[in-house]
Design a protein around this ligand. Structure first.
Ligand SMILES: Cc1cc2nc3c(=O)[nH]c(=O)nc-3n(C[C@H](O)[C@H](O)[C@H](O)COP(=O)(O)O)c2cc1C
Length: 349
């Protein structure tokens, strides 16, 4: 049987360059996605968003995820994402966070299907214009963002802006939910499909459900049927707990693949099909991964972000063995790589 398509779902504050690097080194997801980046922020020149777009070759295929409401800003973001060398661009139409949704972006777009379609068309236009040779300046990308890109070649995985010969057409995807306050899967997916995305990713919850209850895979199955008829790839999402579960859901609900979020927290081995390494046997592997995560953080994001931003990962790695609870508490007091080395290093000798 062909290897099933099982990707890493985007998670804000989690799937940054370091975590994705760890996951791709430890096991092989079919694809990964960045955290979501606000297109209006990019259009205003907010360079502080750019570290979310740092990536390493080992992560390919890698999809950049963006969110917002301004059609023109989506166009500019699409050209930028192409120029940065990503393998795909995803439009977030699923985020239920109040601050996102009340502006009409994320899952808020489920209530404005015409705007949602305009956004998809704008992104497709950006991709097509990039292929035809438009420059970042011509596309109206903010000059501070362009300057930032010029400097990013320093870190090993970060692309210099791609040359004209590398201009290729990226697939445009939409990641969304099954409805706003009740499931309206067929109506909503039908509306999205009119704009011709290449891929639809569907999380089987409504916006109102946030992350509670169970993902409704029957609704995902309905979306899958519509996508199949339209010749559009569909990725199901929600509560996938293991590679076996992924294969079973792909088979049962007629999706082309799945993406997995929370089950990968503290478990970069997920896509290798291994059970999470638990107990004393797994202790060394977990501690090594925690330390490697810190080392990679210093190398990759250390100059862009404070150390405390990644400490939650340490908490997720350090579990399932005797003494894990106390060690976790101590790790939460650390302030840098040296502190972590002092705590974990001698346990690994
Ligand atoms: C902490 C966290 C952050 C998330 N951030 C994003 C995001 O930036 N973009 C997005 O499309 N979905 C985001 N999601 C939703 C996940 O991609 C996924 O749809 C959801 O967690 C259900 O999949 P799971 O059951 O495999 O976790 C986030 C979820 C979590 C738990």
């Amino acid at each position: 049987m062909e290897k099933p398509v099982v990707g890493l779902a985007p998670m804000d504050g989690v799937t940054d360059a370091v975590f994705r690097y760890m996951v791709c080194r430890m096991s092989r997801p079919s694809f990964v996605m960045t955290e979501f980046v606000n297109v209006e922020g990019l259009a205003r020149g907010a360079v502080k968003k750019m570290p979310a777009f740092i990536f390493d070759e080992v992560e390919r295929p890698i999809v950049a995820q963006v969110f917002g409401v301004e059609v023109d800003s989506f166009y500019k973001a699409a050209v930028l994402v192409c120029a940065l060398g990503f393998d795909g661009i995803d439009i977030n139409m699923g985020c239920p966070a109040k601050k996102v949704e009340k502006k009409g972006s994320g899952a808020g777009l489920i209530q404005t299907p015409e705007l949602a379609r305009d956004i998809i068309w704008a992104v497709k236009r950006g991709v097509a214009d990039f292929v035809s040779g438009v420059s970042l300046e011509e596309a109206g990308v903010h000059h501070e963002i362009i300057e930032w890109c010029g400097g990013v070649g320093e870190w090993r995985g970060v692309k210099k802006l791609r040359g004209v010969e590398e201009r290729r057409e990226l697939p445009v995807s939409v990641k969304t939910r099954i409805g706003y306050d009740k499931p309206v899967t067929e109506e909503w997916i039908g509306q999205i499909l009119e704009a011709g995305p290449d891929v639809v990713s569907l999380h089987g919850r409504t916006l109102r459900q946030m992350y509670s209850g169970k993902a409704d895979w029957d609704e995902i199955g309905k979306g899958a049927e519509l996508c199949r008829k339209a010749g559009v790839m569909i990725i199901g999402n929600g509560d996938v707990s293991s590679m076996e579960d992924a294969e079973r859901k792909i088979e049962e609900y007629g999706v082309d693949g799945v993406m997995v979020g929370r089950a990968v927290l503290g478990n970069p081995w997920f896509f290798g099909g291994e059970e999470p390494v638990m107990g004393e046997l797994g202790k060394t592997a977990r501690l090594k991964a925690a330390l490697a995560h810190c080392e990679n953080f210093e190398k990759i994001l250390g100059k862009h972000m404070a150390f405390h931003n990644m400490k939650k990962h340490l908490g997720w790695y350090v579990k399932g063995f005797d003494g894990a609870r106390d060690l976790r508490a101590e790790l939460m007091q650390t302030e840098n790589l040296e502190d972590v080395e002092k705590l974990i290093g001698n346990m690994l000798e």
